[in-house]
Design a binder for this molecule. Structure first.
Ligand code: PMP
Length: 430
């Protein structure tokens, strides 16, 4: 396809953008639109390739938001697109009557690459659905009702996943939520030991809290959580929706500590940035209790459809073949060092830079200053984002295929954005 002809003339692009803005205001979400405008994101996304997105006007941006972990393979990875196109013309969605070969192949592959004796997979269409399944499975597998989760955690916005999540602003308006959830501070081993008991079905943890601003727990936290669960016969659910599949420099973040959960939750990057998919991977012990008496106890019409499964299979192949976990570790170290050097030059604006692999957060002293900096960064051609649960932190989660040159551009753009922000603040202060 001739890409140049895919972009309308400038005046048409402007008109189409304005029309779309009006439709957002009238039919979608006017409040969200205002926020997008403030941050300079009121453009139409039109094309994506590698770590680059191009708006309808033809302006290019380096995507450091990466769909909060979705676009590990970059945008529209040609090999994933090709298998999806081929499958779409053949049989896109499952009939749910006959056997589904891509689903069987994917579940086998997931069993091979996940740690410990994780073996069976239930496939769905999003992170929150994959978490819902994990919570339901934990209840039925243990015959217990209670869960221990952490403050600041993010597991999704359906009722169960929301109940597990640790941010009241999203929960209180929908009360009453699912009962039985206790929330303790993330990374606090004593609090965890005190909260888990013989009534606990499962402890649910993100190995690194993403939406809470890239919170890395103290060394040994996840393995101690494993021991505490074992001591009480509780399950350990690890939500690797964001950390999984190479993002942190290992295939799974739990590989860093050699811990295998009873249930592992995946989504986001699994569909290669082309098709949505979620996976809840569990041990035979868990599966036996869930599906033995009734194989249809938990089901999904679209979950495990052929399109999503071929996309996921190709994605796993590419992640391994191209050593994207290793690339994430190497590139992440450079990006972290570059951002940290900028932080040192602006100690009044920035208080911390932290991350593992290409999951990096930069913390601002003041969240409003962070908002200004995000806007400034967009003008320098780099898209980064606020974390949903921690407005002080700007997050960098670029595609793992981002080039070394693009990383240097991001660091330079970040420095320029901070410089402008500092000048603006100086002007405002008079
Ligand atoms: N778990 C984690 C750790 C997440 O980061 C997210 C999404 N940010 C979810 C679950 C929910 O995923 P989804 O938005 O696909 O429902």
């Amino acid at each position: 396809m001739d890409l140049k002809h895919d972009f309308p003339a400038a005046h048409d692009a402007e008109r189409i953008t304005q029309e779309t803005i009006e439709k957002y205001a009238r039919y979608v979400n006017p409040t969200a639109l205002n926020l997008l405008k403030l941050a300079g994101f009121d453009k139409i996304e039109w094309r994506g390739c590698g770590a680059t997105i191009t708006d309808l006007q033809g302006t290019e941006y380096i995507d450091c938001l990466g769909g909060y972990g979705v676009f590990s393979l970059g945008h529209a990875h040609p090999e994933v697109v090709a298998v999806v196109q081929e499958q779409a013309a053949k049989l896109p969605l499952s009939t749910k009557t006959f056997l589904n070969k891509p689903l069987a192949d994917l579940c086998e592959r997931l069993a091979q690459i996940t740690p410990g004796d994780l073996q069976y997979s239930f496939l769905s269409n999003s992170g929150t659905e994959a978490v819902e399944a994990a919570l339901k499975f934990a209840r039925i597998a243990t015959g217990r009702a209670n869960f221990v989760s952490t403050t600041g955690s993010y597991h999704g916005k359906t009722f169960g996943a929301l109940s597990a999540s640790g941010r009241d602003v999203y929960k209180t308006p929908f009360a009453p939520l699912v009962p039985g959830f206790a929330h303790i501070p993330f990374g606090d081993v004593e609090a965890l030991a005190g909260a888990v008991n013989g009534d606990t079905a499962a402890v649910i943890l993100e190995p690194i809290q993403g939406e809470n601003g890239i919170r890395i727990p103290p060394r040994g936290y996840i393995s101690t959580a494993r021991e505490i669960c074992d001591a009480h016969g509780a399950l350990l659910i690890l939500d690797e929706v964001q950390t999984g599949l190479g993002r942190t420099g290992r295939m799974f973040a739990c590989d860093y500590c050699g811990v295998a959960p009873d249930i592992l939750v995946l989504a986001k990057a699994l569909g290669g940035g082309v098709v949505p998919i979620g996976a809840t991977v569990g041990t035979p012990t868990v599966w036996e209790k869930v599906f033995k008496t009734n194989p249809f106890l938990h089901t999904s019409t679209f979950g495990g459809n052929e399109l999503a499964c071929v996309a996921a299979l190709k994605t796993l192949e590419i992640i391994e073949r191209d050593n994207l976990a290793g690339e994430s570790a190497r590139k992440g170290a450079r990006l972290l060092a570059g951002l940290r050097a900028v932080q040192e030059r602006y100690p009044n604006l920035l208080t911390d830079t932290r991350g593992v692999g290409l999951m990096i957060g930069v913390e601002f002293a003041d969240p409003d200053v962070g908002k200004l900096a995000i806007g400034a960064l967009v003008h320098h051609g780099v898209v980064a984002a606020y974390t949903l649960n921690n407005a002080k932190v700007m997050r960098f989660e670029p595609p793992l295929v981002i080039t070394d040159a693009q990383i240097e551009t991001v660091i330079t753009a970040f420095e320029a954005a901070l410089n402008e922000t500092a000048e603006l603040l100086a002007d405002l202060m008079g």
